[in-house]
Design a protein around this ligand. Sequence first.
Ligand code: NDP
Length: 487
Amino acid sequence: QKTDIGLIGLAVMGENLALNMADKGWHVSVYNRTVPGVEEGVVERFTNGRAKGKTIEGYTEIPDFVESISTPRKIMMMVRAGNAVDELMEQLFPYLSPGDILIDGGNSNYEDTNRRVALAEQKGFRFVGAGVSGGEEGALNGASIMPGGSVTAWDEVKPILQSIAARAADGTPCCDWIGPAGSGHFVKMIHNGIEYGDMQLIAEAYWVMKNLLQLDNEEMASVFAHWNEGKLRSYLIEITANILRHKDKAGGYLIDKILDTAGQKGTGKWSVINAMELGMPLGLIATAVFERSLSAQKNLREAASKQFACQRSQVLYNKPELVKDIYSALYASKLVSYAQGFAVLQKASETYGWDLDLASIARMWRGGCIIRSVFLNDIAAAFEASQKPKHLLLAPYFREEIKELLSGWKHLVAHAMKEELPVPAFSSALNYFYSLVSAKLPANMIQAQRDYFGAHTFERTDELRGQFFHENWTGHGGDTKSGTYNV
Ligand code: NDP
């Protein structure tokens, strides 16, 4: 009897996804390459170990593996993103039948997925690029899965992918069709960017509590645990409370012994690069990415700190009041970050013709993934409203929330700045908000400068929009304009 699905790549994600599929009643063929001297016996180790007694069959040769799966075949690849996926596709193609479906569940770049969908379809196969979030635990017990690509594949992969996905509190699977081409991986990339932003915001909240209020780890854990009961309820807030309470085996709290340098693997950076390509502001996530880069320059920061000792006042802040302000800054900045992220998704959808359903994406992120939170319900509701908001912050519910939060948010940023304490993401969000709500900005000066030195032309406030003028600013320049282009 042939199996229901094949899975390639038995590292942490692949193993756990295979077990998850088998637990949901699917019969799974698994394959991992065998490179002499690298990781021999990966397949045997799995089938004789965690997969023993389950509906999982191991294969070490591609032809046997492909042959074991019922047609049209569904083959999910959980391998290192990049060349590995292309190499595997080339190895698989000769053995596939028309209509077979390849699913790439790795963290692939969406442009690679665009290319792979076209390549597979050109050969008569189908290709699904599925972003998977939730790490090892999600892979085993329910992840958030964002599939996109060959649309006719959806009906066939849906029962399997939805069965292994997490469920939101209302029971809906955190997996639904995203759109054509690389849209699933694009949405996963923005998910990861938002994750960078959320983590930076939480880190700033922690830092203000620690440095301006001198709260100890237990007190801070209680604040986060309390926030986790309300509108900020989310996985990242929950684990922050747990991290703060966690004791080191050698005594004391582990968090105080962890070096303050944060790593990154690139999805935050990709989000920012792609937002820039689309001409969309994604300042909060950019700040989060750059702060990780600056955190990694530990030696430089240590040297600089000796030359510019920051002055902190001896002001005794009112604890409940400042904690409330930190809450306001965290919540409002988070709103800005999601508003920016969803605006990038909207723009990508229009630019690439993906027809993304933003409410559905918000719902998919409610469970399984790292940014899961109750707040995503409110985002989904805002995008579902009959009057679609131009921008998330203009949706009536969020508009009222921001109005309530603004006072605490701006006070917190002002206090932190006076105290020479960095809150780059809180302040980036606040500056974005002030710019967003400014009908006028000083960009007239920028455009004047561009025209002065580069004849880039400008529109006038006293003429109809869409007409471009050039001024001979110095009296000795010519009247030739530069070609108009917008980025
Ligand atoms: P890795 O990213 O470490 O990938 C290792 C797997 O890829 C191994 O099975 C390895 O085989 C295989 N592989 C590497 N190069 C090749 C190649 N050229 N041909 C065939 N197979 C190859 O494993 P993870 O389980 O961590 O991640 C799998 C994918 O899922 C990645 O794209 C990752 O970014 C993504 N992901 C990971 C998450 C996580 O929390 N770890 C979360 C969400 C997504 P071998 O054993 O022979 O080396």
